[in-house]
Design a protein around this ligand. Structure first.
Ligand code: ATP
Ligand code: MG
Length: 360
């Protein structure tokens, strides 16, 4: 029997509206040659247009509306001329991440063919790792306050909150990802020499978890030297796990090391699959290029590949990535301007979809 996956599609704002249809094209191309079907339902919320009509980013019943889907395919949110960024972000995407307990933020860092890395001399294959960021607690706790505000005695405090459940579940996710990979190597980001309570706790949990995965080699770096090593020795890494703040930094730095922001994908994962996971490109709504038709669709299309892997459709997920790689390898005018070509979002998306169709 054909498997059916139900997908909530949320293009959002800006270039999200332009790149999401290219992701769907790739999904349709690959589904046509594999034994599954995709059923899409598109939503107009999580956008400035919805905000203008309703004065809020999401309908009140968003949780019940979305919770039954197998995955959410997301474009971008943010239209700073209409809604302040913190309002649009906290009113939509961050509600999804928290409401659906998407505690693992996963970003592959991989040098694709045809893309120049800012790290001179690096070749495709050289850089191929994942950053796994804790997405729900840690340094982003909102616990704290200001004493004696607006006086010379002002004291500002903000706490880091780590729970055993929260730390252990992100570590387990990262160890299992490392286990599924050839190199079976896990790197933990820490700062236990300077942050003397929470980070030693993190290190201790890593040590305890590593006993359960004897075939995985584990190392740890303080965050300062780790960021340097992302640039100097990106080939050292396989799976890198980090707290919310450190992961936030590393998961932007990693994709930046591999070239343009337009190609990087991400998953916000609820590993227990109680709720849908959300897949989106790393880039934002890019107001400066919206409407010009030049947004690179690769980050969105690669996110579609990650989504299929999450849904268990590994062959199809791989076929999308191979399609992307072949088109990038050919290079030339088909590529969008950020990659040195003269193609458009639509023409590059179509070229990748065609490549997927002929190859599978
Ligand atoms: P956010 O706040 O949502 O993270 P941002 O405003 O910080 O987003 P982006 O919207 O990602 O950043 O844009 C950063 C820069 O990268 C902009 O100059 C934008 O034009 C460029 N950019 C982003 N995505 C793409 C893309 N898909 N193709 C080409 N250029 C892009
Ligand atoms: Mg922005």
């Amino acid at each position: 029997m054909t498997r059916t996956h139900r997908i909530a599609v949320i293009p959002g704002d800006g270039i999200g509206v332009e790149t999401v249809p290219e992701g769907i094209k790739a999904l349709d191309a690959v589904a046509a040659n594999h034994d599954f079907e995709l059923e899409y339902t598109e939503y107009d919320f999580a956008s400035a247009n919805y905000w203008l009509k309703h004065g809020k980013m999401l309908p009140d019943n968003w949780f019940d509306e979305l919770k039954g889907y197998d995955a959410i395919f997301f474009g971008a949110v943010g239209a700073p001329d209409v809604v302040p960024d913190h309002v649009s972000l906290w009113g939509s995407l961050l509600k999804f991440r928290r409401g659906f307990d998407q505690y693992a933020n996963v970003r592959p860092v991989r040098l694709l063919p045809g893309i120049k890395s800012p790290l001179a001399g690096r070749l495709p294959g050289d850089i191929d790792f994942y950053v796994v960021r804790e997405n729900t607690e840690g340094e982003y706790s909102s616990v704290g306050g200001i004493m004696f505000p607006e006086t010379d005695r002002e004291i500002v405090m903000q706490e880091t909150v780590m729970t055993r459940t929260g730390v252990d579940r992100i570590l387990k996710y990262a160890f299992e990802l490392a286990e599924s990979r050839e190199r079976k190597h896990l790197t933990s980001a820490t700062k236990s020499n300077g942050i003397s309570i929470s980070m030693p706790y993190w290190d201790e949990r890593v040590k305890e978890m590593s006993a359960k995965y004897p075939d995985i080699s584990v190392d740890k770096f303080h965050i300062d030297i780790l960021t340097a090593n992302f640039v100097l020795h990106p080939d050292w890494f396989d799976v890198v796990v980090a707290s919310n703040l450190f992961g936030d930094i590393l998961s932007d730095l990693g994709p930046a090391c591999t070239g343009t922001i337009g190609v990087a994908p991400s998953g916000n994962i609820n590993p227990e699959r109680i709720y849908p996971s959300l897949f989106e490109p790393v880039h934002g709504s890019a107001p400066d290029i919206v409407g010009k038709g030049i947004a690179n669709p690769v980050g969105q299309i690669w996110s579609a590949s990650m989504m299929l892997n999450h849904l268990g459709e590994h062959a199809a997920g791989a076929a999308i990535l191979e399609g992307i790689e072949r088109v990038l390898t050919r290079g030339g005018d088909a590529l969008t301007p950020d990659l040195g070509g003269s193609g458009t979002t639509i023409s590059l998306g179509a070229e990748i979809a065609t490549e997927i169709s002929v190859a599978t």
